[in-house]
Ligand binder design. Structure first.
Ligand code: ZN
Length: 80
């Protein structure tokens, strides 16, 4: 489980259960928990309004996800 925060201001955004290794480029909505911000918009914003990513439908799996901008968020491993 990862705790996702805004790189610019450090505000907590959500928790995320990552599937597979590598960089976090997409966050699938069905793996997001404890969101501090709206997941219903087309953009993902931190509580302070920094723009972190855009919503996409990951076609390979037909799953809605947020595609994160490079270095938009920080991640910290936490216990689920
Ligand atoms: Zn921010």
């Amino acid at each position: 489980m990862l705790e996702i925060a805004c790189e610019s201001c450090g505000s907590a955004v959500c928790r995320y259960q990552k599937d597979g290794p590598g960089n976090l480029r997409r966050m699938y909505l069905d793996r997001v928990s404890d969101p501090k911000v709206s997941l219903d918009d087309k953009g993902l914003f931190c509580p302070e309004g920094h723009w972190l990513g855009v919503k996409i439908i990951y076609k390979k799996e037909d799953r809605p996800a947020f595609r994160l901008f490079v270095d938009a968020v920080t991640k910290k491993i936490v216990k689920g």
